[in-house]
Design a protein around this ligand. Sequence first.
Ligand SMILES: [Zn+2]
Length: 76
Amino acid sequence: MDPHTEATLAPPVTAVPLPRHLLEPPQPPPGHHTSTAERGSFCLAVCSCGWTGPARRSRDLARKDAAGHATGPAAG
Ligand SMILES: [Zn+2]
């Protein structure tokens, strides 16, 4: 009698997909989300795209810079 050998089946390997946030680098949200930041006694406009406006004495001026950047290319 020949010895009966059984091949042991390996368990199926399930492919686990990686989370998307590990595959894609973090990117700023589309569009321009502006805000103002205070630097010392100055205030400047900042944007989510990395743009920063000139330092202003007035927060209102910085807001206008941010608005001008968010709506389109500012003259100058
Ligand atoms: Zn921007």
